[in-house]
Ligand binder design. Structure first.
Ligand code: SF4
Length: 405
């Protein structure tokens, strides 16, 4: 399994697969063809269908700037397309094509250049590739999950994760300070500041928890929707869930940076397992792969913060993912706003509830995290294409047809 560094990428929203991945591909391709004087990019699949809403054209033009880049949202997909997020990069000189590459944007900002095995192959850091293997190793060596992470990644991993935590906190704070309408023409107003400033501090403590956690999730997700700087966890669209939960408990339990870093490390293991054995791409497996995985990461982080056993932490992550199975990706107008922002807040609360259930029902379950991941993957593959980030099904379709049925 790859390093958990792979899960957390600091970048500009609103989409890891539609903006961060294509921009990274453009930067690599541009360096490979220094003699080019302009570029053309053909977008296919989900990139073509929701690329406008997600800002794929803007991200590509920025990446190739100051050279010209013509971005084409292709109406038809090539017959041999291997991934729903595929793009062709074409380098031109004096208007003539001199080089071409096909790239898959596979989720979480990662890319694969087809025919180039080295392009997507990050170094394997862990020998274990399932939670069962991790648990067995930890039992054999008598180590807990943070110790297991340090054994494999070195103690420098904590400095990296503390830096990630600071970026996450910045996104929460910035999001809580901003007001107004989000871009894209859907007229969605930012709500995080309002939510935070109207917290009802009374005896209903569970209401206060819900309001605070939701405000933090809205804050980060609204930053993402507004092209702000966020951290993928595991993607841009699902970037609000984990920071919301950690921001809440860091404040409530007075956690220091290292304690939060360890929670981020544990969360990262669960995210990386999902990436390795299934997918974190909405275009490939629907929102269960994005917000579902984010929720499982946040539930695992809660378990680490609460001092749970390894079994309880896995249980929390499993519950969180299991109850997102089948969740579709249907963003209205291809913008990462409705249902995405609110969904991050709901998933943040669900992560806390999942951790609570794992505590009360320890040792009673039949389903492992590994089974939940595989279920998510095969459910995603069975899902109608409309529900995989095309903005052609579900809420996106019903919203477009409102009043016409
Ligand atoms: S619905 Fe979920 S997977 Fe789809 S764009 Fe929104 S957050 Fe991402």
């Amino acid at each position: 399994m790859r390093s958990i560094r792979d899960i957390y990428k600091v970048g500009v929203g609103p989409s890891s697969s539609h903006t961060m991945g294509p921009a990274k591909a453009a930067e690599i391709f541009r360096e490979r063809v220094p003699e080019a004087d302009s570029f053309r990019v053909l977008l296919y699949g989900s990139l073509s269908k929701t690329g406008k809403g997600h800002g794929t054209d803007r991200a590509l033009k920025d990446a190739f700037s100051p050279l010209e880049c013509d971005v084409v949202f292709s109406a038809a997909d090539p017959k041999d397309m291997k991934h729903p997020n595929t793009l062709d990069l074409i380098a031109l000189r004096n208007g003539e094509e001199i080089e071409r590459a096909r790239v898959q944007s596979i989720g979480g900002g990662d890319i694969v250049f087809e025919g180039d095995d080295s392009s997507g192959a990050e170094e394997e850091v862990y020998l274990e590739n399932s939670f069962a293997e991790i648990a067995s190793f930890c039992a054999f060596r008598h180590v807990d999950l943070p110790e297991y992470i340090e054994l494999n990644e070195g103690e420098e991993i904590w400095g990296f994760l503390i830096d990630i935590w600071h970026h996450m906190k910045d996104a929460v704070k910035e999001g809580l300070s901003r007001e107004g309408e989000l871009p894209g023409g859907l007229h969605v107003q930012r709500k995080a500041k309002y939510l935070f400033e109207h917290i009802v501090e009374d005896k209903h403590s569970e209401l206060v928890e819900c309001q605070k956690v939701s405000a933090f999730a809205y804050a980060v997700s609204e930053q993402n929707a507004d092209n702000g700087i966020i951290v993928t966890a595991p993607t841009c669209g699902a970037c609000g869930v984990l920071p919301a939960v950690l921001y809440y408990f860091a404040e409530k339990r007075k956690l220091d940076d290292l304690q939060v870093a360890k929670a981020l490390g544990v969360a990262g293991l669960f995210g990386e397992l999902a990436k390795r054995n299934a997918s974190v791409s909405g275009a490939e497996c629907g929102c269960q792969a994005e917000v579902g995985v984010a929720c499982s990461m946040a539930a695992a982080a809660c378990g680490q913060v609460f001092g749970y056993s390894m079994d309880q932490i896995e249980y929390a992550a499993e519950v969180a993912l299991e109850h997102h199975l089948g969740l579709t990706c249907d963003p209205i107008r291809g913008l990462v706003q409705i249902p995405c922002i609110e969904r991050n807040a709901v998933a943040a609360m669900r992560a806390i509830n999942s951790a609570n259930i794992a505590y009360f029902l320890t040792g009673t379950r039949n389903i492992s995290y590994d089974i939940a991941i595989k279920s998510m993957y095969y459910t995603g593959l069975d899902m109608n294409q409309r529900y995989r980030e095309t903005a052609e099904g579900g809420l996106a379709r019903a919203y477009q047809r409102r009043g016409k049925w």
